[in-house]
Design a protein around this ligand. Structure first.
Ligand code: SF4
Ligand code: SF4
Ligand code: SF4
Length: 290
């Protein structure tokens, strides 16, 4: 996975940057965050020329784009060529959401038997042209900035758009969710209730929504820089007397394919096979848990 904000948002090429939204394997929830901005929506249209956004308008454009928001993971053969072509026509490529930045929940198949999954779900799996692995966009092309979460946070989206209009670097904190708990005076669910929580290894940005509602964080914003996932996994096993596979399953969520969560899932199990297939290796041939 790329760094949280790998490049500064340089000054836009034109007075009113041309913006597109592209979808890969995803549920559209992150695109909807853009439409849900409500109070800011008129200002967004005032400052950006939306030239391609299938969720919102029937107008189409092949670019070029000053900014392209990409939602979803690379999940089928046609995606491989399409993302490279879109990158060629884009100045700033921004990935939005856990699918685009981490491979999404659909990346759980990276530890499973892809053909068996297809056969279990579809009456005619031969018509489903999916790749054996679901991968983040940054595994295929350079990404200029990324917004995490499932879905993304409206506040972070506004901050990124504001930075793009002014030509400054977006201010997106690289902190653990725990910091949000402390700032908001949220009682720690791990300490007070003994619940498992991934907040200390997860990137902030959501305002600690889950702990605020009395449940543990399940890591939808993905791992923060230098997250000690192995240390947390050891603690969760010892303190809660939890089987290793149960702890592995805690990391096997929307951002399971991001390191170091990926290593935890592979080492501890928590998926059907517990062992990730190497690129090019048929999934499901790798035996049991490591
Ligand atoms: S990250 Fe979540 S909300 Fe966004 S497209 Fe993927 S599944 Fe949907
Ligand atoms: S509830 Fe979770 S995120 Fe909040 S302080 Fe405790 S461990 Fe950290
Ligand atoms: S607390 Fe964790 S799981 Fe809940 S929204 Fe925030 S990052 Fe996602």
């Amino acid at each position: 996975m790329t760094a949280h904000v790998p490049a500064a948002a340089h000054a836009p090429a034109s007075a009113r940057p041309r913006v597109g939204v592209a979808k890969f394997a995803s549920c559209d929830g992150c695109q909807l965050t853009l439409l849900d901005l409500e109070d800011e929506l008129l200002s967004v249209v005032e400052h950006f020329e939306i030239i391609d956004f299938p969720e919102a308008t029937s107008a189409r454009s092949a670019g070029p784009y000053d900014v392209l928001f990409v939602e979803g993971s690379v999940s089928e053969p046609a995606h491989l060529e399409r993302i490279v072509e879109l990158r060629r026509r884009t100045r700033h490529l921004v990935t939005i959401g856990a699918c685009a930045t981490a491979g999404g929940i659909q990346a759980l198949r990276n530890w499973a038997d892809h053909d068996a999954f297809r056969a279990a779900v579809y009456a005619h799996p031969e018509f489903v042209h999916s790749l054996a692995r679901s991968t983040p966009i940054a595994e295929h092309v350079a990404v200029d900035a990324e917004l995490r979460g499932c879905p993304i946070d409206p506040g972070q989206l506004v901050e990124l758009l504001t930075a793009l209009t002014t030509g400054r670097r977006p201010q997106l904190r690289d902190e653990a969710v725990c910091m949000e708990c402390k700032r908001r005076g949220v009682v720690c669910v791990m300490v007070s209730k003994g619940m498992p929580c991934l907040g200390q290894v997860t990137q902030t940005g959501c305002g600690a929504i889950c702990p605020r509602f009395g449940r543990g964080c399940y890591g939808c914003f993905g791992p923060r820089e230098q997250a000690n996932a192995a240390g947390l996994a050891r603690h969760l096993q010892m303190a809660g007397d939890r089987p290793r596979e149960e702890v592995g399953r805690l990391f096997a969520g929307f951002t399971a394919y991001s390191e170091p969560f990926r290593s935890m899932v592979t080492e501890l199990g928590g998926t059907r096979t517990g062992r990730e297939a190497a690129p090019g290796e048929p999934a499901g041939t790798t035996g049991g848990k490591a």
